[in-house]
Design a protein around this ligand. Structure first.
Ligand SMILES: Nc1nc2c(ncn2[C@@H]2O[C@H](COP(=O)(O)OP(=O)(O)OP(=O)(O)O)[C@@H](O)[C@H]2O)c(=O)[nH]1
Ligand SMILES: [Mg+2]
Length: 295
């Protein structure tokens, strides 16, 4: 009788400093633009699952916010997601950049060192480093986390990403299918809209604006050929509202156009997207507002 292959599954949580490439990697592993990734730090604010189902495995990735020392309430919530991801992991992917030394948050690093599950250190962005820098980095992380496997990769250039995927499946325990095989993420369609709009804001505005913005989709009506969407953009003060809208509304129109194009690709349908700008004073610092926004 041929030996039957056992089904493997588990939670593979990606953590690391802001901007190291966690979201880029999750998209590459999923072969789908599921989460937003930009050159700005603190792009990701939530824990977002990406579910990859193969013939004999199901990997439930989690993309998480970058590790930081929280300065306000929103950032505390973001760090809670990181800590949560250290608790339920079957495998942790700890992502660093080649020149990086010394973990940013001691508490998180101490927890990482004590984990019973396997940890892989992914040295990302090797397309931008030289051999010597890479070797130094490998030595350093080997000393810092002696039991971790170390793998240099480039998420952006797709270097060693397939190798990583195979290794993940090897390391996963035997287990059940946690999610239906056609499910891509734990987040809603509205969440995808919110994030797409926020990505365009991160890309189109400077300084504080992207960090003062929260996005909430109020209407998502899917028809046979068209999706009708109405989305609110919250800022912290009136002056920010003016900047966001821009001269003759041009800036906001650009955000809307770029977001709509991405959403049409993602959903495979025509999208009608209407954006509204509202003010919610100091929402980043207020627990009540944050709860209302889903943190
Ligand atoms: N050169 C290079 N750039 C990369 C690579 N991977 C990611 N980047 C870039 O690094 C920047 C940050 O990428 P993200 O994926 O948003 O990083 P992140 O770790 O999710 O960041 P936060 O969500 O802010 O914590 C983007 O400009 C990416 O294009 C890589 O392998 N090589
Ligand atoms: Mg991210």
């Amino acid at each position: 009788m041929p030996e039957q292959k056992k089904f493997k599954s588990g939670f593979v949580n990606i953590i690391g400093n802001p901007n190291v490439g966690k979201s880029t990697l999750m998209n590459k592993l999923m072969d789908e633009k599921l989460v937003i990734a930009t050159h700005k730090a603190q792009t990701t604010r939530h824990r977002i699952k990406g579910i990859l189902t193969g013939e004999d495995y199901q990997i439930v990735f989690s993309d998480t916010p970058g590790i930081l020392e929280p300065a306000y309430e929103l950032q505390s919530k973001m760090m809670d997601y990181v800590k949560e991801a250290l608790i339920d992991a079957d495998l942790v992917l700890y992502m660093v950049e080649p020149g990086e030394r010394k973990p940013r948050n001691e508490e998180v690093f101490e927890r990482l060192k004590k984990l019973k599950v396997p940890v892989m250190v992914l040295i990302n962005k090797i397309d931008r480093s030289n051999q010597q820098q890479l070797e130094e980095s490998v030595d350093y992380w080997h000393q810092m986390l002696p039991s971790a496997e170390i793998l240099p990769i480039s998420a952006l250039e797709n270097a060693n990403v397939d190798l990583l995927k195979n290794r993940i499946v090897e390391l996963l325990p035997e287990g059940p299918m946690y999610f239906p095989e056609d499910q891509l993420t734990d987040k809603s369609e509205r969440f995808i809209v919110n994030e797409t709009v926020r990505e365009k804001i991160l890309l189109n505005y400077k300084k504080e604006i992207p960090y003062s913005v929260e996005v909430v989709t109020e209407v998502f009506k899917e028809g046979f050929e068209l999706i009708q969407i109405e989305t609110d953009i919250y800022v912290e003060r009136d002056t920010q509202k003016g900047i966001l809208i821009g001269h003759k509304g041009e800036s906001l129109t650009k955000v809307g156009k770029e977001a709509r194009e991405d959403l049409e690709k993602f959903f495979g349908k025509k999208v009608f997207l209407k954006l509204f700008v509202k003010v919610r004073k100091d929402w980043r610092k207020k627990d009540r507002d944050l709860k209302g926004f889903g943190y």
